[in-house]
Design a protein. Structure first.
Length: 288
């Protein structure tokens, strides 16, 4: 029974992340390396948050101190997200520079590539969160019994933890996609406030567990928010990639052959500027 429970909770909390990782990232070596670097970054961030609150433990078993803990932890993670964005922009410039040197011409990422990179950072954040707050506890479920809390006798501690972690995987991954897309457009109303609010709301939902039978309410709320954020991020991805791809194709059709044509002006040979996306295939090879 212990092994069955362990693997059941493990698959429940981690299988969606593993599925997305395998089908979307695992085939591209650059994204795999980026996910490892990003995961290390988030692991250090969570360790710093833990070290910060280590001096205040044990906290009083009431909701008040935990509200402060959630607020500070979310704000630190959101500040870390912004720092990660700055590093992300620098890495993109380096990647485009290297690709441009190899081809002796400018090149750019396709719209879909930008979202693949943001998805990579989002999955890394979610994976570290899952390891930190759920999987690290699961070995305790290998015994003959299980754990229930006095405020929630309806569901075991491990089931609540697994389902809550599953919901947060959708929240953190989707929020990363939304945040990076907004910051890419320099739209801070979309890239700044919504991810912070969504992350904070998910954290506050977990505090409902302090009330009697609260897990019956908090778990569905976190799961519903995770589904909502994931679907919304998917719509943002689809809308932006579709509109940008149409603009790129329209521009390319109007300037067909411009990137490869050379014109002689007063005996000097000049090369016309490339159309957007002309070097995207080259840069795509770096991602693979």
């Amino acid at each position: 029974m212990g092994a069955a429970a362990f693997f059941g909770y493990l698959f429940l909390s981690g299988s969606p992340l593993a599925t997305v990782y395998i089908f979307c990232l695992a085939r591209k070596s650059f994204l795999v390396l980026l996910s490892l670097a990003s995961a290390f970054y988030w692991l250090v961030t969570l360790f710093l948050i833990s070290a910060l609150f280590r001096g205040f433990t044990p906290l009083s078993p009431s909701i008040g101190p935990y509200i402060g803990l959630v607020l500070v932890a979310v704000l630190i993670q959101e500040a870390s997200r912004f720092l990660l964005w700055r590093f992300h922009k620098l890495s993109l410039r380096a990647l485009e520079f290297v690709s441009g040197l190899q081809e002796h011409a400018g090149s750019e990422l396709l719209p879909n590539d930008h979202f693949s990179l943001s998805l990579t950072h989002g999955l890394a954040h979610s994976i570290v969160h899952t390891l930190f707050f759920c999987i690290s506890w699961l070995p305790l479920s290998l015994g003959d019994g299980t754990i229930y809390t006095a405020s929630c006798p309806q569901m075991s501690y491990y089931l609540v933890c697994s389902l809550t972690t599953l919901g947060f995987s959708g929240i953190l991954t989707g929020a990363m996609v939304i945040a990076f897309e907004g910051m890419e457009r320099q739209d801070w109303k979309r890239g700044g406030a919504p991810p912070v609010v969504l992350h904070l709301l998910g954290g506050l939902f977990t505090l409902i567990n302090f009330s009697q039978g609260g897990c019956v309410v908090s778990v569905p709320l976190v799961l519903a928010e995770g589904i909502f954020v994931s679907v919304f991020a998917g719509k943002v991805w689809w809308r932006c990639t579709d509109s940008r791809e149409q603009q790129r194709r329209r521009y390319s059709s109007n300037h067909h052959g411009v990137s490869e044509s050379a014109h002689t002006v007063d005996g000097d040979v000049t090369r016309s500027p490339r159309a957007p996306g002309a070097g995207a295939a080259t840069l795509q090879q770096h991602l693979e």
